[in-house]
Ligand binder design. Structure first.
Ligand SMILES: Nc1nc2c(ncn2[C@@H]2O[C@H](COP(=O)(O)OP(=O)(O)OP(=O)(O)O)[C@@H](O)[C@H]2O)c(=O)[nH]1
Ligand SMILES: [Mg+2]
Length: 409
């Protein structure tokens, strides 16, 4: 994404396996992918089986030495820890290894910095980076400023590494103010949407599951879709007509990932809140990914954090064109599920049908005879609800339909 092969920074990845059920190899596979997305390359990995994380150095002293040897042997430019390092761990490891020390959080922040496009997205990333860096000025002072440049140092704050905490604090306050303004604007749009009674469906899912592709196939939205982690940072909302003719709004947003840095969750709160304010969640799962079951759990964990766990969920098992035999993947939490290919369009009719069903479940059923002089209401019901029966009788128009609970005649 950023560099060509010759200038790619070489990384050694490392993690502690606490034997608590987390699959550390899988997690490092993902970290390798993240590093690649950021423009680096992994040349080795080190895992220590241990009961607890070392406060001062993350790894035990023997393993630290092993890591140092691996760095020298592979001529690595940097190391990256799969967990977020504390400021003191970062400093000690930097002193010991004499190469750049990164962690999962800083790599994700780096990718975000390279991808943010809108004003809001850029503000959000800068805020998250500053908060992360403010706590770690000691570590940065000894290693990053000297070794300079590359992954982990990109983004709006990169020339300001030497700035002191006070300047960072002022900047954070200013960013918070600016973000509040942007968030207010978003809030206004959301309110307008809610007042129009148009149901909102938020597309959620693990990063790279195919959310943007699905939105594009359904609505010709022209959203960037890429075989990269975190292709989408800025939320897109598009109108979509269900097969019944009813209009809904589909929103696409940033993908979820394991150990999503908490600074990012905070900074991206207003963006991620799309899920919180949606009527229904459309959960996209990459069925062709062997880690799908694990990714499903991460998605529900994240939804819980975003206070969006109580919504009706339609799960779309995506990329069926990529698997010969459909693996048995269960989503026990969802209200309904469909198998689709966002790429070929297979299964999208069924998806539209199920979506209609789920939306209608959360809607009010009306059965009324509307006098002819109020016939205008019928158009409104058509646009905002689902009409089951429309019968032109002597005394008026008999109608049976599902409407938003807040809809009034
Ligand atoms: N074969 C196949 N590939 C798909 C399908 N849907 C999406 N993809 C591919 O999967 C990759 C990721 O798709 P995106 O739509 O960018 O995924 P996303 O969920 O929006 O990802 P982020 O924005 O990074 O969170 C792209 O290379 C898509 O072309 C599908 O149904 N079949
Ligand atoms: Mg996307």
């Amino acid at each position: 994404m950023f560099e060509n092969k010759e200038t790619q920074e070489k990384f050694i990845l490392f993690a502690v396996d606490l034997k608590n059920g987390d699959n550390v190899e899988d997690s490092l596979d993902e970290l390798e992918e993240l590093v690649l997305t950021a423009g680096g390359v992994s040349v080795g990995r080190l895992i220590q089986n241990k009961d607890a994380i070392e406060n001062a150095t993350y790894l035990g002293s023997g393993k630290c030495e092993e890591l140092r040897e691996m760095v020298l042997l592979n001529e690595a430019d940097a190391v990256c820890c799969d967990d977020e390092l504390s400021p003191i761990q970062l400093k000690n490891l930097s002193d010991l290894l004499q190469v750049k020390v990164l962690d999962r959080t800083s790599v994700i922040l780096d990718i975000f910095a390279g991808r943010a496009k809108t004003k809001e997205g850029k503000l959000q990333v800068e805020l998250a980076q500053l908060k992360y860096r403010a706590q770690r000025l000691i570590g940065i002072g000894t290693s990053m400023s000297r070794l300079g440049g590359g992954i982990g140092t990109r983004g709006p704050g990169e020339t300001k590494l030497e700035v002191d905490r006070r300047v960072i604090r002022d900047r954070i306050a200013q960013l918070n103010r600016e973000l509040r303004e942007v968030a207010e604007h978003r809030e206004l749009l959301r309110k307008q949407r809610m007042e129009s009674h148009t149901p909102t469906v938020a597309i959620v899912g693990y990063t790279n599951a195919g959310k943007s592709t699905l939105l594009n196939t359904l609505t010709d939205a022209g959203v960037l879709e890429e075989d990269k982690l975190f292709a989408t940072l800025d939320p897109t909302a598009r109108a979509y007509k269900l097969s019944t003719g009813q209009e809904i709004i589909l929103t696409d947003t940033v993908g979820f990932i394991k150990k999503l840095p908490h600074h990012l969750v905070n900074a991206f709160e207003s963006t991620l809140a799309e899920a919180k304010f949606a009527d229904v969640l459309l959960h996209v799962v990459d069925l062709s990914n062997e880690k799908a079951p694990d990714q499903i759990l991460t998605v529900y964990d994240t939804l819980l954090k975003l206070e969006a766990a109580d919504k009706p969920v339609l799960t779309a098992f995506n990329k069926i064109d990529r698997v010969e035999e459909r693996p048995v993947v269960k989503d026990l939490r969802c209200d309904a599920s469909v198998f689709i290919s966002a790429k070929t369009g297979e299964g999208l009719d069924a998806l539209s049908e199920k979506l209609t069903e789920i939306i209608n479940k959360s809607r009010r059923f009306i059965e009324e005879t509307i006098p002819y002089e109020k016939a205008g209401i019928i158009n409104k019901i058509h646009a905002l609800g689902t009409v089951l029966t429309e019968d032109y009788r002597d005394d008026g128009i008999f109608i049976r339909a599902y409407v938003d609970p807040s809809f009034h005649m």
